[in-house]
Design a protein around this ligand. Structure first.
Ligand SMILES: [Zn+2]
Length: 120
């Protein structure tokens, strides 16, 4: 087998486990460092997205009412990212840090109800 580390062309020596993906501990560790860096940057990106969502919900929470979904979209709100989703009083509520939201359909329009996570 050829080493799985990007850029290494060495064969994995027969002295290593038969299913070893890397030719050496050095290549194994180098590949792990790359994976860790990728994981870290993904977590950092996800955190930034959820933080923006949370800040946006915080801005509109002060209005204390249902907010048109377009208001959140104008703040680059990402509806695909949240920390936790749970059903509360029959509504699916998506939690960030301090705030959460649910979507309601009223008169053919979508509205966002903003929850303070303390009250959930
Ligand atoms: Zn290698």
């Amino acid at each position: 087998m050829i080493c799985s580390r990007n850029g290494c062309e060495n064969r994995t020596p027969t002295s290593r486990r038969s299913n070893a993906k890397y030719c050496s501990d050095k290549c194994y560790k180098a590949a792990k460092r790359v994976r860790d860096r990728i994981d870290y940057s993904k977590r950092k990106l996800l955190y930034a997205i959820i933080k923006n969502n949370d800040d946006t919900l915080g801005i509109f929470h002060r209005l204390g009412q249902l907010v048109p979904i377009s208001f959140l979209k104008s703040y680059d709100f990402n509806f695909e990212s949240w920390i936790e989703a749970e059903y509360i009083e029959g509504e699916k509520v998506y939690s960030m840090f301090d705030f959460a939201y649910s979507i309601r359909n009223l008169n053919g329009n979508k509205w966002v109800k903003i929850w303070d996570t303390i009250s959930i």
